[in-house]
Ligand binder design. Sequence first.
Ligand code: MG
Length: 350
Amino acid sequence: VNLPRQGERGLLETIRRRFGDHAPPAPRGMGDDCAVVSPSAGGVLLTTDCLVEQEHFRREEPPYFLGRKALAVNLSDIAAMGGDPTGFLFTLALPRGVKRRYLDELIDGLASVSREHHVHLLGGDLSRSSGPLFISITILGRTGDRSARASLSRSGARAGHGIYVSGGLGGSAAGRMLLDAGWRPRLRNRSLIGITRPRPAPVDRIRHRSVMRAVRRHLDPSPRLALGHQLRAGRIASAAIDLSDGLSIDLARLAEASGVGANLIRPAIPIDDSVRACAGLGIEPLDLALHGGEDYELLFTVPPGKEKDLADLDAIPIGRVVSRRQGLTLQEAGGRRRALRVRGYDHLRR
Ligand SMILES: [Mg+2]
């Protein structure tokens, strides 16, 4: 969009219309110099995250999904604290040459996630960028009340607690690798309807359905808000973190914050179906599950007395918290333990 021609005002009006069909939870939302929000009885959660073109996304990726993901990854941080999102601010810096249609789809993606999770746009800023396209989102949430524990944290895990994840891992990283290898998503009415194979395809035997699943996991992650809320409100989890960078590195962060070690059971680690099907690309499935990143599942720990409360929740047991002295280990089916290597997705790519 050419800002001088279309004008910041016109663009703001468009944005206001897209988000305008639900009222902000505050006396003042957009349209004043600041948003005004009322403090909640428990705690106020605040977090921010930015997406920079080439660092976090590429311009050829569908802008609708970029908008969805930009908000979803922030919501995932609220989920990790067991909170409920209330509102968000977003800042967009646009290089010259970005088409109006691109921007419309991006904003539609943001608006769709905002409706799904009842999180209201409170305001933001628009700027030109002489460099890459830049999207920053600051999200506001609330947690707890005066009686309950205010929020989940990374620091409550103790030796003997069970370690759980909320779903299969590695799918997002598999999707990223497929996109990098030339597979292209096909969209109709802003939903993913197919994938075009690169020609020549690097591998023949990759199943189409698995590729779809992997690419969807990468482009359109689902924040685990309902689960996070239940884990906190039911006082079930002792610690939690969302899996943004990979199981091994995010587990290391949780263990460090709690002052503990952890033993993962190798055959128990859930590998997303799409990862196995992409193994023809020369990827070790377990490596993607351990180090892939961007799955946005929750990793959490539960004291033994509370594990019965997990019956109706998405909770896959993958190991147990141990003393700090025992460090981070991976236990084979036969019982032998070896040190868990801690590394993130960036490392996998090199
Ligand atoms: Mg996080």
